[in-house]
Design a protein around this ligand. Structure first.
Ligand SMILES: *Cc1c(COP(=O)(O)O)cnc(C)c1O
Ligand SMILES: [Zn+2]
Length: 500
């Protein structure tokens, strides 16, 4: 749609221009630090940071109703980047000029409703939001788009050069970081640190394919994270983990898109996300809080965090009902099929604590819940979802298992509708599906496949008397006909078909 065809009151706001006054805000000591340098922890107290807009209140001059129209209309523009996460420019990095925005197709991911069979199994209607349909096939692209857009802004407008982007990863962060870095013609290269043998073959192939330097570290993600933190403290590199608060801003777009899809009425929703390093749940909470503050939504949705029993520090923390008695303890992780969330010491825990407090003050204790699920439940849920039209990864299976558990526990009101984060595409984690179908899980996973969910290919072999095109030679027409009839008859027999 052309700009002059939009309603008059929207036109001045359609194309975002740089505005606001951003600063890193320390969650430990409350100090503010300028954003002209990349900063990951507070120089005074070492705590993690979030990014705030000191001039945030100017946004309240626009009523919620007009904001809704602005966001809705931007999706109709022909400027590609304004259909993605930057249609929420004012909320996620308004100091970045649109010319610096790096857009690779992230955001605007579909909501796919559960069919009746699946909804009945869970006990509530729900949707998956397919964040696996992002460019590198996980939600991490949302945060990478904003972190790299900010880097690009520093390069274009503030003379930064020769950036080496680094991250530690359970697989998807590195795929996303390597993809966005590879888009730069000059000025940016990337190196990613992976726990050896703890990412899937697809996830290993992604950063290799994007041309990143890929470094394999012995140990688990938490060990890689320590190495990359040490590296970023001592060397001039740009850390692209969610410790980098710019990542959080981009990932807030997930909440904004949900609000938009439900016409900004989210009070009946429960938004379920898997928790690993806890960047995602941080962004989801903060996103909805910002919408409420600007009057864009009138009430907050419930948020459900889900963890595996094999990596459950956040679950254990909130198990204690008395806030004064809660103490955070990192855990040693055990092998988990929700491998992208297999993290024992989440970097964003201080952010989660602070935002959960805020959220619960506004919407009640039940507004943020955390449940844990077994590895068996994760796998069964993923397989079942995908047998019902979805394309979810193991972490999406974890969300489904968690939502079902919360319903079972009676902590989900009967009118509530679920929105479950399918955080990555099923294909990235097909190795776990394979293990399930072949009953080949290592004992530590403690997963036993259900027979009715298993599946395997059936080979149609030909006996010696029947010609086969499998030999590489083209068959003569009559021979080929013999083969076709033999194979079709065999298949009909296997599928129990009667001739018409
Ligand atoms: C990173 C990731 C998670 C965990 O998100 P955090 O922000 O680390 O809590 C879950 N699922 C997938 C597919 C991921 O890539
Ligand atoms: Zn501080």
């Amino acid at each position: 749609m052309r700009k002059d065809q939009f309603p008059r009151e929207i036109q001045p706001h359609l194309i975002p221009s740089p505005q606001g006054s951003y600063a890193y805000e320390c969650l430990g000591c409350g100090a503010r630090h300028g954003i002209e340098k990349l900063l990951y922890t507070c120089p005074s107290c070492k705590s993690v940071l979030l990014i705030g807009d000191r001039d945030w209140d100017r946004l309240k001059a626009i009523p919620g109703d007009l904001w809704r129209k602005i966001f809705d209309h931007r999706s109709m523009l022909t400027q590609p980047a304004l259909r993605g996460i930057y249609r929420f420019h004012e909320l996620i990095g308004s100091i970045i000029p649109m010319e610096s925005v790096v857009y690779l197709g992230e955001g605007h991911t579909p909501l796919v409703g559960a069919n009746d069979r699946l909804a009945q199994w869970v006990g509530r209607p729900f949707y998956f939001k397919n964040d696996g349909q992002n460019p590198s096939a996980s939600f991490k692209d949302r945060g990478m788009a904003s972190a790299f857009s900010y880097l690009n802004h520093l390069i274009r407008d503030h003379g930064m050069d020769d950036v080496l982007a680094v991250c530690a990863s359970t697989g998807d962060t590195s795929a996303a970081a390597a993809l966005y870095a590879s888009y730069f013609v000059e000025g940016v290269t990337s190196a990613v640190l992976l726990p050896q043998g703890k990412v899937t073959p697809q996830q290993l192939g992604q950063p290799l394919g994007s041309g990143a330097r890929v470094l394999e570290i012995p140990g688990v993600f938490d060990d890689c994270m320590k190495v990359v933190e040490h590296l970023s403290d001592r060397y001039p590199v740009a850390l692209m983990n969610s410790k980098n608060a710019w990542r959080i801003l981009g990932q807030e777009s997930y909440s904004y898109e949900i609000a938009q899809m439900f016409d900004y009425d989210v009070s009946h929703l429960m938004v379920a996300v898997p928790i690993g390093n806890a960047g995602n749940i941080t962004a989801v909470l903060q996103g909805f809080l910002k919408l409420l503050d600007l009057g864009i939504i009138e009430a907050l949705p419930r948020v459900l965090g889900v963890q595996s029993e094999h990596a459950n520090p956040v679950y254990l923390y909130y198990l204690e009902p008395d806030p004064r008695k809660r103490r955070f303890e990192p855990v040693n992780v055990r092998p988990s099929t929700a491998q992208a969330a297999m993290i024992g010491n989440p970097v964003s825990m201080p952010r989660v604590m602070s935002l959960v407090d805020k959220y619960r003050k506004l919407a009640g204790d039940g507004a943020v819940q955390v449940v844990q699920v077994s590895e068996q439940e994760i796998m069964d849920s993923m397989i079942l979802a995908n047998r019902n039209g979805h394309i979810t990864c193991t972490q999406g299976g974890e969300c489904l298992a968690g939502f079902r558990k919360a319903v079972e526990k009676g902590s989900v009101d009967s009118h509530v509708v679920g929105v479950l984060d399918a955080t990555a595409h099923a294909l990235k984690f097909s190795i776990f599906q394979e293990k399930y179908f072949e009953n080949a899980f290592e004992p530590e996973f403690r997963v036993v496949p259900r027979d009715e969910y298993r599946n395997a290919p059936i080979a149609i072999d030909t006996p010696g008397s029947v010609p086969s095109p499998g030999g590489g030679q083209r068959l003569e027409p009559e021979e080929f006909q013999i083969f076709v009839e033999y194979a079709a008859q065999k298949i009909a027999q296997l599928l129990g078909l009667e001739a018409k």
